[in-house]
Design a protein around this ligand. Structure first.
Ligand code: NAD
Length: 485
């Protein structure tokens, strides 16, 4: 049991304003594993005040990016030194199998913090530009106080994706983790505390959506960085637009894996299945629509079904586990209702569809493959957020691209082929924010984000830093050339 009695407000642990407690329940044992105070609107007010003061009057935005980068490096080192502790905690809190979580939930955040620390020395925060009428300084200013709101599925990863670039930019941050996953976020806050982050620069207020909305509409917040469902993202985007507040949105997905007819299925099978089922299917980028050529439909589908049916389901802390539990009972209800919907729509369950035997506790569902689906079915169009794959046939590559693009979402995609050039030609035609050939990858130096209802803006890479910067131009008098840092 890990019990916190205080909230991390403005870089210090403080008594909460309210009496509410968030009890964190392990999805695999259904036991309470920790508790934190539930943040209130008053706590948000305090955190925003501290962030506002630190931004308007403090030294953080006025420090050199390289000095701020030192803090990011210390935090990266802190996560790395406690990698096993973080991986175990996330396995316990989220249900992510450590076999996947160590890399994706723990080491990836280390890379992200280090990547943005490195950008301090290569990114051009200020340049002298020759305009048509004279010279100008074009510079990047931090956007201000950032309100960041995150889901529960990859808590440390998303914290890194938002906090690292925001802090490098010189912003101050009020972070609202999802109520399901406050423990690993508090552990991160402790690392910031020991890294020597100046007062006011970061707060961590776990709370639900009403308190989140208070952060969104708070007049002291300049920018909202949101990751979560498309439904919430649309509402948050509208609230920000009414207030002329900057915002960026990382939302849901229903990504297509296009398997080309020249694929060596044995070579890619493991990666293809992991791409669809990572984090127990609770990944915005999960490749859950698998498009298979008619000419090899039976062979490829049989291989997929055989692999999925042999996946090891169980305790996420066990290194042999490939699929763990879903985050909560309500999430299992949701996934099971989609399995029923798929059957009613006429899709055939080729494996899975029920609850695994021999697991008495935990919100598990069997990894499930629907075959003979078509793209008009709800199981092919809607984000299920569980280990459920929909396999559908296509006649030729043009049809595969058409199916991939026929989605309200456009977050990620994959193309699988023995001929990378052919796969690249296909990838260029898929209208989605990022595509990987013969694997699923998310590279932190490369922009990531959604087309259509998958979001607005791009995280990672320099583009991810620019989400937290305003561009300012200063036109200079003739004959004057300033020194540029
Ligand atoms: P959710 O939208 O229900 O909640 C996400 C966060 O937003 C939580 O902290 C919640 O408390 C808060 N929230 C919800 N409504 C709000 C509102 N009106 N105002 C302010 N805050 C609000 O999503 P979830 O169920 O926690 O997470 C799953 C979703 O996140 C999936 O749709 C998934 O695809 C998406 N996701 C996207 C990415 C990405 O990078 N694109 C990454 C991970 C998850």
């Amino acid at each position: 049991m890990k019990e916190y009695n205080e909230l991390f407000i403005g870089g210090q642990w403080e008594k909460p304003s309210g009496r509410g407690i968030i009890k964190v329940v392990s999805p695999s044992t259904e036991e309470v594993i920790g508790s934190v105070p539930e943040g209130t609107t008053e706590d948000i007010d305090k955190a925003v005040l501290a962030a506002r003061n630190a931004f308007d009057n403090g030294r953080w935005p006025r420090m050199e990016p390289a000095e701020r980068a030192e803090i990011l490096k210390k935090v990266a080192l802190g996560i790395q030194s406690d990698a096993q502790g973080f991986a175990n905690e996330i396995a316990n809190e989220v249900g992510s199998p450590v076999s996947w979580g160590m890399a994706a939930q723990v080491l990836a955040p280390v890379f992200i913090f280090n990547y943005y620390a490195g950008l301090a020395s290569t990114y051009s925060f200020e340049e002298l530009r020759q305009g048509v009428l004279g010279q100008a300084v074009v510079m990047k200013d931090p956007v201000g106080v950032v309100g960041a709101i995150a889901p529960w599925n990859v808590p440390l990863f998303i914290a890194a994706a938002k906090i690292a670039p925001a802090l490098l930019a010189g912003c101050t941050v009020v972070y609202k983790p999802a109520p399901e996953t406050p423990l690993c976020n508090n552990r991160l806050a402790e690392l910031f505390e020991s890294a020597g982050l100046p007062e006011g620069v970061l707060s961590m207020i776990p709370a639900g959506r009403e308190v989140g909305e208070h952060l969104v509409t708070h007049p002291g917040v300049d920018k909202i960085s949101f990751t979560g469902s498309t439904v919430a993202g649309k509402k948050i985007g509208a609230l920000c637009a009414e207030r002329m507040k900057r915002f960026s949105l990382e939302l849901g997905g229903k990504s297509a894996a296009i398997v080309l007819d020249d694929v060596n299925i044995d070579e890619v099978l493991q990666a293809l299945v992991l791409a669809g089922t990572m984090n127990n299917g609770q990944a915005c980028v999960a490749q859950t629509r698998i498009l298979v050529p008619d000419s090899r439909y039976k062979e490829i589908t049989d291989a997929l079904v055989e692999r999925v049916s042999s996946m090891t389901v169980g305790d996420p802390a066990d290194s042999a586990t490939e699929v763990g539990p879903l985050i909560a009972e309500r999430q299992r209800d949701r996934v099971e209702s989609y399995i029923s919907i798929g059957k009613e729509e006429g899709a055939k369950v080729a494996t899975g569809g029920g609850r695994p035997e021999k697991l008495e506790h935990g919100w598990y569902v069997e990894p499930t493959v629907f075959v003979d689906t078509d793209n008009s079915m709800r199981v092919a169009r809607e984000e299920i957020f569980g280990p459920v794959l929909a396999v559908m046939p296509y006649v030729d590559v043009d049809e595969a691209i058409e199916i991939a693009n026929d989605s309200p979402y456009g977050l990620a995609g994959t193309v699988w082929s023995s001929d990378p050039q052919r796969a690249l030609d296909v990838a260029k035609k898929v209208r989605t924010g990022s595509t990987t050939i013969n694997n699923f990858l998310l590279d932190f130096a490369v922009p990531f984000g959604g087309y259509r209802e998958s979001g607005m803006g791009r995280e990672f890479g320099p583009e991810g830093l620019e989400l937290f910067l305003e561009t300012k131009a200063i036109n200079l008098p003739h004959g004057f050339t300033p020194s540029i840092a």
